[in-house]
Design a protein around this ligand. Sequence first.
Ligand code: PMP
Length: 285
Amino acid sequence: MSRIAYVNGRYLPAREANVNVEDRGYQFADGVYEVCEVRSGKLVDAPRHLARLQRSLRELRITQPMPLTALEVVLHETVRRNRVDYGLVYLQITRGVARRDHAFPQAAVRPSVVVTAKNLSYDKNQETAKKGIAVITTPENRWPRVDIKSVSLLPNVLAKQAARERGANEAWFVDTDGFVTEGSSSNAWIVTADGRVVTRMVDNHILSGITRAVLLEVIEALQLRLEERPFTVAEAQAAAEAFVTSASQLVMPVVKIDERTVGDGKPGSVSQRLREEFHRFAHLS
Ligand code: PMP
């Protein structure tokens, strides 16, 4: 089946789905995006993703191209046309097309909207979670506004590639004080020996993950103890458990950080429980 992409009001076969060479997303990475998990053909936590999108647009002063309800319709329709049962839907909005000039276009331009969707293997994701993943650490080299979900992802791309070349699945950025900020495409968590769940507080130095936000509700409902504070690489390596969260990986246990094994080298019980409980709290629409 050929894939279908939504581009500026039209649903097109992927090979015909093109954007202008002077799109500011292409030229300056001047745009924002969202990735939403799809389950049973439904969107997971769409209202939260759309609220975050709206915030990203506002922070970058990109005009919102259509109401959120209309965007949600496009997300659903792209999922439907691609027959995605389990997978991801991707939404990107750029400032639009204009003759190349760093400053914003002087005349108002229409933002460009692209939506794509793809099927993933749920079983494969589960298999990975059973074994857990390895992460590497790398110096934080991103701008101090990574709370904006911008498509400018070069440091994240290089970090993920470095992880892959070292046989790991994710890279954790580490700030100049030695604290982990977050992963190249996920939020970072540890579980202490006495069962406290720790993740960095939300500020300009991490993306406020939707999976993270939902998991905070799970943690509260399960009456686990939570600490929102920074942690060092050494603390993570010595922790009982570690895991990452993202829409595509949900709660993914981490069993190795650089060359050190976490816990007994197997996914921990708290991480596994949080993974299992997650979908009871996620909103489907
Ligand atoms: N941090 C970064 C840098 C990310 O790219 C992602 C994935 N979008 C996350 C955290 C996790 O966010 P979410 O749970 O909303 O997918």
